[in-house]
Every structure is written in structure tokens, then in C-alpha cells.
Design a protein around this ligand. Structure first.
Ligand code: AMP
Ligand code: FES
Ligand code: ZN
Length: 453
């Protein structure tokens, strides 16, 4: 049987699907390929698909996520979760009015690839798609925030921008509901983290269904809230769906949350622990907290006053009437005319090297030894993941302070992520645009390391 691998998301999820050597626990005919430990079932492809779709159907019905006749906007990023979500909703609810929405965030070496994935998927499923191009519609990209003090907190700015646009875009397409791909692991991991921080308000926002803050807005739903992350990936691979194949450069080294790791460890002892925690949170803790909050509000006779943002019209509780997204965009606009040169053409890169720049090859060792730019030091990209904890690496790069650094890989993708990371730490790093491939196309030489032939 075919063996497939997939690399996905920010933590290089590697998956191998192969026969388990037993018959499927459901149909008892086909070879089982997926082991679902918490359900004590080993399933074949068809039975796994059925198991997956049934759970999506049950979750939608249990939490009354949408009704027949309602228009459901599915936010599809191109990552495994939302790709599985769009496909599964379409299969499980073939009569539903479904539209896909996608935001092109303008992240170099990333966003255009994601848009292509989403376009492929939507046309494969014959689902209408609305793409919101941040640069075209608002005049800036997420990368532009590298000019601001949010350079090391790109994911949080990006999240704020995305949430704001989801609300506006889903209203634009006349949707009653907007569905996102949040999975069980992410949800319980975030719940756990918020619990330890005592942030019950955040836990309450992780509910499967969020009613709109003001009338006229769509409600937000998470149909995959009961689906483990791993199963979304299995679903995508088994059904050969288009999916992202590279990671966001701003997530380089963003490690899996500490709490998600703890949950994985707990799962080894108790395969059901994530479902149990989700149930405790949604059935017990959130209702208790909501009850307490209402009581407090009544006691103090004050209710959170929501206004609409003076700039974008979205609801906000901020006293100055400007929502957190618009506040950040205003900050960005103040520095937009500052030059931000992150990449150099092969010709400009060559000049920089001749002037004594550090040349940094971030490809795996094997690729370096099959041809590199003269004088390049080879430090594979992974070594930059834990830059803040890796003392040896810290010492190595400290010596580059104040010098120009030219970073490259094959196509420019990995080296762009490393460039961004170095820039955010005050280094004068530049990415070689298009990587060593573009360098060769420009007619510049590559060398073999001394000693190799
Ligand atoms: P994240 O916050 O990146 O983990 O994404 C959570 C969910 O938001 C995804 O499962 C998608 O449903 C949605 N999403 C994230 N990024 C985008 C995007 N660029 N366009 C459309 N939907 C997105
Ligand atoms: Fe938003 Fe990476 S996708 S910062
Ligand atoms: Zn606003």
C-alpha cells in the first residue's frame, strides 16, 4: 500500500500512513491504516472518512452551529485544519450554502503559495471563493509590520488583523456564520494556558459558538473543536487535498506551546484526556464563569459598553473608539515611508559580498556540499529555531553584529525566515532574492567545499 508523508504547519508534522497489519474495526474487510486510540478503533480509509464526517456532523448539530438555508463562510488559510474543514463541511452538508473566504496577508514566500492552495481546493470542491488581498484593499501587508515595534510579535498583530477582516469580509459576502478550523489540541492547549494565567475571559471566548457582539454580525463557529489535530492531517493526506507545504516565516522557531506538549504527554497515559478537558471547560467552567460575570455586572450595575470603531466600524470596548487593529495600523502608517529592504537581487548581493559581508547558507549540510557561494558558512535553518536558548549559536552570531549578512538557501524561502529573525534582533541581514537558484541563473559561480570533488 501507498505510504504518504506530509509536512505541515509550524511544527513539521511528519506523518506516515501505512497498513497496520489488521482488518478495519468497522467494515472488517479493508486493511486498517489509522489507529484511533481513544476510540479503540483501527480504521481503513473509507471508515476513517466516515468517522471524521460523522463527528463534524454531530458537532455542528449538537452546538446548533448553523441551520439549513443559512450561508456559511468558511475561513480557509490553506493549512491542514481549514483545508480539512472546508472539504468536510461540503461533504457532510452538501445542501448548505457554503462560501470560502481567504485573506492574502502579503507575507513573502508564503501568502501567494497559500492563496494558490485555497484556489485549487475551492475549484476542486466547486465552492465559491472570496479572496481579500490586504495590500490591494488596505495598502499594507503583514510584513510591513516589521517596521514597527511588533517585529517580534508578528503572529499576534496578524491575528488581530485577521479577526477584524473575517468579521468585515463575512458581512460583505452576506454570511450568517463564519467557520474557522480551530482544532481540539489548539483549543484545549489555549484553554490550559489561559487557565493557569487566570484569564477566564479568554477561556470563555474559546467556546464552540460565539454569538455576535452586535446585531447584524455573523456568529463564529468551530466545527473541528472536537477533532484532534493529527486527524485533520490524516484526513488531508488520505483524501489528497491541496495543503500548505511551507511555514510562515514569522513563525520560525515558534515552538509548540508548552501546554500542548504537556497535553500530548498526558494523552499517552489517557488517550481521552483532550476530549475530557474540552468537555469540562465547555460544560462546567465556561457556564460557571458566565454566571459569575453576569452576577458581577448586575452587582456593579455596569455592563461593558461597546462602541463601533471610528475607523473600521467594528465593535470595540476601547474608550477612545478605535479598535486594536486600527490602532496598530495607525502606528504602522506613521513609519510606512521608512525603507524596509529585506532582499537583494543576485547582482546587489554580489556587491555586498565583495564589500566583506558574512555569507550565510542555511540549507541542510548535504545541499551545501553539493555547491555553495564562495566563503559561505553553513548553518542549517533549524539551528535558528531556538536562537534565544542556544548559547553556542548566540555566541556565533554575536560576532556578526554591525556587519552586513547575506543569507541564502535554494529558493529564498527558509533564508527569508532567518533574515527576518536576525533583523528583529538588530542584525543587518539581507535575503538573497530567489536563493542560489536565482544566483546561478544570473551566471554567478557556485563552489564545492575543499576536499570534495
Ligand atoms: P490561526 O490563527 O492561524 O491558527 O488560524 C485559525 C483559523 O483561522 C484557521 O483554521 C482558519 O480557519 C482561519 N485562518 C487563518 N488564516 C487565514 C487566512 N489567511 N485566510 C482565511 N482564513 C484564515
Ligand atoms: Fe500570521 Fe504567520 S500567518 S504571522
Ligand atoms: Zn477598527
Amino acid at each position: 500500500m501507498e505510504i504518504k508523508y506530509a509536512t505541515c504547519g509550524i511544527h513539521d508534522y511528519r506523518l506516515k500512513i501505512e497498513p497496520l497489519g489488521v482488518k478495519c474495526s468497522r467494515c472488517r474487510v479493508n486493511e486498517a491504516v489509522v489507529d484511533i486510540k481513544y476510540a479503540r478503533q483501527k480504521l481503513c480509509k473509507d471508515c476513517f472518512n466516515e468517522f471524521f464526517l460523522n463527528r463534524v456532523r454531530r458537532t455542528v448539530e449538537k452546538y446548533k452551529m448553523f441551520r439549513p438555508g443559512e450561508r456559511v463562510a468558511v475561513a480557509v488559510s490553506g493549512g491542514k485544519d481549514s483545508v480539512a474543514l472546508l472539504h468536510a463541511l461540503k461533504k457532510a452538508f452538501p445542501q448548505q450554502d457554503i462560501i470560502a473566504i481567504h485573506i492574502n496577508l502579503g507575507i513573502a514566500y508564503y501568502s501567494d503559495h497559500l492563496e494558490e492552495v485555497v484556489r485549487k481546493l475551492a475549484s476542486m470542491l466547486e465552492v465559491p471563493l472570496e479572496v481579500y488581498n490586504l495590500k490591494e484593499r488596505e495598502g499594507y501587508t503583514i510584513d510591513d509590520f516589521l517596521r514597527t515595534r511588533y517585529g517580534r510579535k508578528m503572529c499576534s498583530v496578524c491575528g488581530i488583523v485577521k479577526r477584524n477582516i473575517f468579521s468585515r469580509l463575512s458581512a460583505e459576502v452576506d454570511a450568517d456564520v463564519v467557520a474557522t478550523g480551530h482544532n481540539l489540541d489548539d483549543t484545549v492547549g489555549t484553554m490550559f494556558a489561559s487557565f493557569f494565567a487566570g484569564d477566564f475571559e479568554s477561556i470563555s471566548r474559546l467556546r464552540p459558538v460565539l454569538r455576535p457582539l452586535v446585531p447584524g454580525q455573523p456568529r463564529k463557529i468551530k466545527p473541528l473543536i472536537t477533532t484532534p489535530e493529527r486527524e485533520n492531517l490524516i484526513y488531508v493526506v488520505l483524501n489528497q487535498l491541496p495543503v500548505q507545504s511551507c511555514s510562515c516565516p514569522h513563525a520560525l522557531g515558534a515552538s509548540v506551546s508548552y501546554y500542548k506538549q504537556i497535553l500530548d504527554r498526558m494523552e499517552e497515559r489517557n488517550p481521552n484526556v483532550k476530549h475530557q478537558l474540552l468537555s469540562v471547560f465547555t460544560k462546567k467552567l465556561i457556564p460557571m464563569y458566565e454566571f459569575y460575570r453576569k452576577h458581577e455586572e448586575e452587582k456593579e450595575k455596569k455592563e461593558e459598553v461597546l462602541q463601533t470603531c471610528r475607523i473600521c466600524g467594528q465593535p470595540t470596548s476601547s474608550p477612545d473608539g478605535i479598535c486594536s487593529k486600527c490602532r496598530r495600523v495607525m502606528e504602522l502608517q506613521k513609519v510606512m515611508d521608512r525603507p524596509l529592504i529585506l532582499e537583494l537581487s543576485p547582482h546587489d548581493a554580489k556587491k555586498l559580498i565583495e564589500e566583506g559581508a558574512v555569507v550565510l547558507d542555511v540549507r541542510p549540510v548535504g545541499q551545501y556540499s553539493s555547491g555553495h557561494i564562495e566563503g559561505a558558512v553553513n548553518i542549517p535553518r533549524e539551528r535558528f529555531d531556538n536562537l534565544d536558548r542556544d548559547k553556542k549559536m548566540k555566541k556565533t552570531i554575536r560576532e556578526w553584529k554591525g556587519r552586513n549578512i547575506l543569507v541564502y538557501c535554494n529558493t529564498g524561502t527558509d533564508s527569508y525566515a532567518v533574515t527576518v529573525k536576525l533583523r528583529n534582533r538588530g542584525y543587518r541581514a539581507y535575503n538573497l532574492k530567489g536563493g542560489i537558484e536565482a544566483w546561478k541563473r544570473a551566471g554567478f559561480p557556485v563552489l564545492q567545499p575543499a576536499g570534495s570533488d
